[in-house]
Design a protein around this ligand. Sequence first.
Ligand code: 0X9
Ligand code: CA
Ligand code: ZN
Length: 449
Amino acid sequence: MRPRIRGGRTTVLAALLSLTLAAPIAAAQAQDAPPPGPTAGAAQKAELPHQYEVTGPATRAERTALLATGVSIDEVHTRAVVITATRAQATTVRELGYTLRKLPAPPGISATPHKPRIKDFPAGYANYHNYDEATKEIDALVAKYPEILSKQVIGTSHEGRNILALKLSKNVTKDEQEPEVLFTAHQHAREHLTVEMSLYLLNEFTSKYGSDSHVTKMLDSREIWIIPDLNPDGGEYDIASGEFQSWRKNRQPNAGSSEVGTDLNRNWDFKWGCCNGSSDDPGDETYRGPSAASAPEVQVVTKFVQGRKVGGKQQIKAAIDFHTYSELVLWPFGFTDDDTGPGMTQDDHDAFATIGKNMAATNGYTPEQSSDLYITDGSIDDWLWGDQKIFAYTFEMFPSSFGSGGFYPKDSVIPKETSRNREAVLQLLETADCVYRAIGKEEQYCSGN
Ligand code: 0X9
Ligand code: CA
Ligand code: ZN
């Protein structure tokens, strides 16, 4: 067991600690704590995880080994990574012999310390949509475009927020025999730009239908599903205090632990927990949960996707799950370094890589297999492909690095960085009727359709 400062301790316990241990905690903070923000005087505040630049890890094996300390890897460079870690985890990583540099904390609001929870984005981020704002915008679009956009509540989050699936298609109320394509976003709480990506697609596909020929063609011949917010509880928690929490997981409590949350992108029921690509410790950033699909949010989307099987045939052909950051187009598998193997033929791999590279050519992202970064098990794209045979990609959106805003770029980037993926999304929609056309094997794989 390695020592760790628990981030999720109760206020009462923390207040008690601050009474009995005020001096040692103050001393520790003087050494290693982030610069005091506007509310840093509140001693009862739980420790926030923090980002560090780690110099040393240079191979995917070294990066995967680093994950065993419980951190998340947020950025990968040739001989360095950026991680999110607690103070104790940072110490453990230093003990591995790596050099750590603490990065500046994300911004907060310049509000009065005693102001109660404000539940919204701080200054410079006002154009990001919190959960209520996103819901209102979606409802307004559904009201305005009822012929091509419909909304259903497919379930609820741990805290009871609605998880939505939006369908975009001509004759939207009918289930037509058309290739279906799924876009999901916001598994990770702090990756708020991905909700904006969902809203961009909803706005673009509704407002341009009938005027933009490519958009029109896709709505006429495809059924597009958008699940705009997979982790509404985490997203709201991340902004609720007015100071970003760098929160990653959902907000589900863990039995027998004061630590909150499961990493949704380690909780999917395919090779769950198989391969050192996730953690069994509830305090860790990549905690996989007590069992596969234990998170209600993962269950809701799992059932939804399974429900798209008609006559035993999965209607969803392709998918993108949006994350931030690093500007990457990733394809399965994440659980293994192997390019091919059981469940991934050479043709599958070649189609994945070709379509991935074609999409990346439109947005300037870097295309690669997801395990080139580090091993992940229980990720959504591995499940969508491994279990459902859906051509599933992960996009890591803007920025490319911490220096350009990391998880918290200002709202001024939203229009550019969401529309940046327009062509990639249209390409995937276009190719969804036969992904093997990308490698010239339409005849072999798709003639029976
Ligand atoms: O670790 C993750 O879940 C993703 N990175 S993030 O910084 N958004 O947390 C990357 C996942 C890569 N692996 C797969 N897509 N399988
Ligand atoms: Ca259909
Ligand atoms: Zn993510």
